[in-house]
Design a binder for this molecule. Structure first.
Ligand code: SF4
Length: 454
């Protein structure tokens, strides 16, 4: 099989992995426009210093000895299989990188032969990139549950971010749908990664503290091989099994708390293979996934406690109202808040005011009294916020009774579930090859493959 065919198969197979931030985009290519956020093969991520970058998103192989019921690559599925040689993938990555298509690599894989064998292939690929090509770009690698600790350590020192998929929100569901992956085999590498990242942070702190000569020699050697400096993330499938949003959000909160995860990704279950253990429906719970991301955002950036967002009696997030608006509607006794005087913690509870907007309000009100025009200028979503605020004593939500039902009717915002990446149908390519006018440039290894690919 030629390289272009492998790339097509393995970039397409990687679209089911959502551990990247481009999975919320829904713009496909169209005639007369440039760009395509739906096509497989490229994703975006954030580096440790907050930059958004483009990554080549690909599997090392879609061969797999496991048979996870929900997975398109499961052993018993009849799909076209391919496997990169480590050098092939390293060369491709460098070719894309040199042409400025990408700034890094997102590398996942099916399990070929065993977790250790698969990880050794990934390590060989990344070693060629890092040591032979001197590649300093971003690498996000997936660790396979069941991999030996020494190999996880090596993989972590070649990667910027490491992640292990939690797969499903409970042990029972994991045992049912992915019996070859036990909870223990998943949690062990996650704990090891957490510990190694923490040790690395200590090393960096020591370097900053002007160490002794001996400490400097050892810490600098360790620092040269930082372990996953952009942290650890995970992913779980939503809707293949009966867990509620209450269970899923509590699990996410526990993961952030106990394993210091940077991010928990949710992936609405897609019916890609038939199995009597799976839901017998074609429905994809995209709206639910969206609400879970909103709640996750509130926990990470607005400091909401999971118990404020959901309880056991109402175990699913409201489908019609976002979780922040829902909290406000359930706590009308705390509103309206005076934007010219309220503490920032309370401003952050107002639907339509985010962390940036709240900080801008606090700064701007030092020199002016804020009313509607000023709030709009500051970029506040005034249409939503107005039901919950007063400006200099005057209530801004006039015309709508200050009751839960009336305000809920104004704030209801059904989600237009995105058809993106792994859900989108075929898209038009619509992009010009970057290689055509560049015939005069010296040919780089693999150029002919890239010319076909583009
Ligand atoms: S181990 Fe990964 S690639 Fe293999 S069947 Fe399970 S989910 Fe799919």
């Amino acid at each position: 099989m030629d390289l272009i065919a492998k790339l097509e198969i393995l970039a397409d197979a990687a679209k089911y992995d959502v551990a990247c931030t481009s999975s919320g985009a829904s713009r496909a290519a169209k005639r007369g426009a440039l760009g395509n956020s739906s096509s497989a093969g490229l994703c975006h991520s954030f580096t440790a210093d907050g930059r958004c970058i483009s990554l080549l998103k690909v599997l090392l192989t879609n061969e797999c000895v496991y048979d996870c019921a929900y997975c398109v690559n499961r052993r018993s599925n009849e799909v076209l299989r391919a496997c990169f040689e480590p050098r092939e993938l390293a060369d491709l990555t460098i070719q894309f990188y040199r042409r400025n298509y990408i700034e890094g690599l997102f590398l996942s894989s099916g399990v070929v032969k065993s977790p250790d064998y698969t990880t050794e292939l990934a390590i060989r690929t990344l070693t060629i990139l890092r040591e032979e090509y001197g590649f300093r770009g971003y690498i996000h690698a997936k660790a396979v549950p069941g991999t030996s600790p020494e190999l996880i350590d090596r993989l972590g020192r070649l990667s910027d971010r490491l992640s292990v998929n939690l797969e499903l929100p409970s042990r029972k569901s994991l045992d049912l749908l992915a019996p070859q992956k036990s909870r223990q085999r998943i949690l062990a590498p996650m704990r090891q990664i957490q510990q190694s990242i923490a040790e690395d942070a200590e090393t960096r702190a020591l370097v900053r503290k002007k160490p002794t000569f001996y400490q400097r020699k050892t810490t600098i050697a360790r620092k040269a091989e930082a372990f996953a400096p952009a942290g650890q993330s995970t992913q779980m499938i939503i809707g293949a099994t009966p867990e509620t949003d209450f269970q899923i959000l509590n699990l996410s909160a526990a993961l952030y708390r106990s394993l210091d995860l940077k991010r928990v990704f949710f992936s609405a279950y897609l019916p890609v293979s038939s199995d009597s253990r799976l839901p017998q429906t074609d429905g994809v719970q995209l709206n639910r996934e969206h609400r879970l991301y909103q709640a996750d955002w509130l926990m990470r950036f607005y400091r909401y406690d999971v118990a404020e967002l959901i309880d056991e009696k109402h175990p699913f997030l409201d489908a019609d109202v976002d979780p922040k608006a829902n909290w406000a509607l359930n706590h009308l006794e705390a509103f309206p808040v005076e934007v010219n005087a309220a503490p920032i913690e309370m401003l952050l509870r107002v639907p339509g005011i985010g962390p940036v907007g709240a900080r801008k309000i606090v700064r701007a009100r030092k020199t002016a009294t804020l009313r509607e025009p000023e709030l709009r200028k500051l970029g506040i979503a005034y249409k939503r916020a107005r039901y919950f605020i007063t400006c200099n004593g005057s209530y801004m939500g006039k015309g709508v009774p200050f009751t839960r039902e009336s305000m809920r009717a104004q704030l209801a915002s059904p989600i237009d579930g995105g058809r993106h990446g792994r859900r989108a149908g075929n898209v038009l390519p619509g992009q010009m090859s970057l290689f055509e006018p560049e015939a005069a440039q010296p040919a780089l290894p693999g150029s002919e493959v890239l010319a076909q690919w583009s």
